[in-house]
Design a protein around this ligand. Sequence first.
Ligand SMILES: *[C@@H]1O[C@H](CO)[C@@H](O)[C@H](O)[C@H]1NC(C)=O
Length: 507
Amino acid sequence: MKQFVILSLLLVGYNARTTKQERRFPDDFVFGAATASYQIEGGWNADDKSESIWDHMTHNKPTVIKDQSNGDIAADTYNNYKRDVEMMRELGLDAYRFSLSWSRILPNGLANKVSEAGVAFYNNYIDEMIKYGITPMVTLYHWDLPQKLQELGGFVNPLFPEWYEDYARVVYEQFGDRVKHWITFNEPREICYEGYDTTTKAPQLNATGIGAYLCAKNLVMAHARAYYAYKNDFAPSQGGVCGITISVAWFEPKTDSEEDQFAAEIKRQGEWGLYAEPIFSKDGGFPKELSEIVAQKSIEQGYPRSRMPEFTDEEKAFVKGAADFFGVNHYTTVLISATENLNEHVVPSLSDDVGTGNYVPDDWPKSASSWLYQAPNSIHNALTHLKNKYNNPVIYITENGWSTSPDAGLVDDDRIRYYRAALESVLDALDAGVNLRGYMAWSLMDNFEWMEGYTERFGLYQVDFEDPARTRTPRKSAFVYKQIVKTRVIDHEYEPSSMTMTIDEGH
Ligand SMILES: *[C@@H]1O[C@H](CO)[C@@H](O)[C@H](O)[C@H]1NC(C)=O
């Protein structure tokens, strides 16, 4: 085994020295695609499923969604799951990352009642993947909290970590015989900052300067409880791994000045350090410099103590190291300035606490999403930073992708350009020694893009949302991704010979 590992390392090293065209992904590198329950499933009230915070918000305040749409039916995976798995087989994927709807499994939110129908749906979906050798990678929480728990305060209720552990145990118990890759939370920043500090995601709490920090602490505590529940009580017999997925955009100082370098570091701490530091850093707890800024500002603003809660030493020790891997969702880079483009912020707020300016060069290609640009070497820069900062953790890229407009059609050359550049950057990260094990494209198919509704499309497969059958059709990028997965090489000249998809032998 050891000799094999050394030989593999030599081969990777050798490949790194050949031309860019010929660089290969390791044979055991995991290629997949990703989705999330609320964005694709539909079946919002099927059987005994209860409302999630996204059902609740889109039904009660439809105008907050750009096209006033919702995920009631979405891509109707609830009725199309076999077609989804067929698409995975067409692409030749090694793995598929999807999420579970908490309110489908536990209609009360609490674990006193497990839905048979909800469990059966996920059993069918998982079994269909297993049948064709596709590794399920399961996210326990991708933003769709049971509304009943939100009414009790959601993530900021002190009992939240307990409720979450109870839910996690039900999930491990039901699916852990077949699922060996668990992701506790998807994108804490979007949950806590967008959902609790602002109004840009459900539940739109807008508890500025307070909500994100309370949520962040409870979220990482809940993560650690679910991690140890798995590690102690399930992993010994089930033999899987458990991690967390954090959105890690790359924040680069706009200039080499010390001010801009410090600003970029504070921005990183506010965007993802809040969630990564307690789990992956040597010392544990919230990021030091940001904590000091918030403590200082809180006193100046008349609060009796810092708006950012602390971890006790015991809590720090509990959370620190509680992950088998670091899941990274990565899309783009932003240049950070200490002095330019400083917007007005509500006081207090996390944005005001961070207080830096964003800058995006004019020549970076722009997607259909306001925040998503194709930046040079973005993945390499983000992942080598994590490698150095957190002692070379095992990393999976759990999302990466590009959006087009709904009328852009099937020939998506800009998405292809983005994926090829991103995957070159993945190879650069591997060459730099990043302990990167896999890559999940976002997304397998078009879906409900949160506040943007159906106005932005991320799919390798187009979904016809006008068609009751929600027909899925491969885009050109699907053929290009398939070729990369199959050959383990990025061929920049490759053009699909037709737009007809087939399933290769062995899939
Ligand atoms: C959020 O709260 C702030 C005050 O903290 C207020 O100024 C702002 O208008 C609120 N935003 C929305 C969209 O309600």
